[in-house]
Design a protein around this ligand. Structure first.
Ligand code: C5P
Length: 221
């Protein structure tokens, strides 16, 4: 089973307030994207990697991959306006014979082989897609304007992370349709009526959104 990884690294990361895209802000002494790229490349679960880089940052991304000795990087494309558009551009570079595509956020640097194993095992068990997910600690409410209009049943809710794994055919079909409003790839696959499962996530797969997250994650490395 050939598994390709798409590394979504094209976000602007405005909340970090840096002079560069989020993937190139520093985690310890390296660009943030280096951590997940190196981990994907080192994983026995992954055969090839396509990077979706911030537009204009394709060359620095390729140089970084070379410096890190990441030999599985096959292509680097310019990302799009939204995450889903970035993933679509990267998936266009995935080989036709890929069986599985794993999509991972560069903003979640602490990728482990254990979570890759969990999502890929779910595909072997017959699911079309698998997402790592964590239970929610807080009660979730829907709010319109200032008013709470609904309290959602917490035992049915989880927070979805990446890496998300899909049968390549399912993800390609999902990306060929309307992408607006999708905040993860699984949502597009679910919308086709395909079967996506949730497997245990990892709190260390925290997504970097501000500089406090960078400091916290740096302490875990
Ligand atoms: O913006 P957010 O942090 O939710 O993005 C999640 C991931 O998607 C990040 O790794 C980011 O680089 C990526 N992304 C992308 N293209 C975009 C927006 C986000 O590849 N247009």
């Amino acid at each position: 089973m050939t598994a390709w990884a798409v590394l979504a690294a094209a976000g602007r990361g405005e909340r970090l307030g840096a002079d560069r895209p989020k993937s190139f802000t520093k985690l310890r002494d390296r660009p943030l994207v280096a951590e997940s790229l190196e981990r994907l490349d080192a994983s026995g679960w992954i055969d090839a990697i396509v990077i979706a880089a911030p537009p204009g940052w394709e060359e620095p991304s390729i140089l970084l991959a070379e410096e890190l000795g990441c030999s599985k990087v096959t292509a680097c494309v310019a990302g799009g306006e939204t995450r889903a558009e970035s993933v679509r551009a990267a998936v266009a570079e995935v080989a036709d014979d890929a069986a599985v595509i794993v999509v991972h956020d560069a903003a979640r640097p602490v990728l482990t082989d254990e979570v890759l194993e969990r999502v890929l095992t779910a595909l072997n068990e017959g699911w079309d897609g698998a997402v790592p997910a964590l239970p929610l600690a807080d009660t979730i409410k829907r709010v319109q304007g200032e008013r709470v209009v609904e309290t959602l049943p917490r035992d049915e809710l989880v927070a979805a992370q990446t890496p998300q794994a899909f049968l390549a055919s399912a993800l390609r079909e999902a990306l060929s349709g309307e992408l607006a409003g999708a905040t993860d790839c699984a949502a597009l696959v679910e919308a086709l009526g395909l079967r996506v499962t949730a497997v245990p996530g990892d709190p260390r797969l925290l997504k970097v959104t501000d500089s406090a997250d960078l400091e916290l994650i740096a302490g875990w490395l």
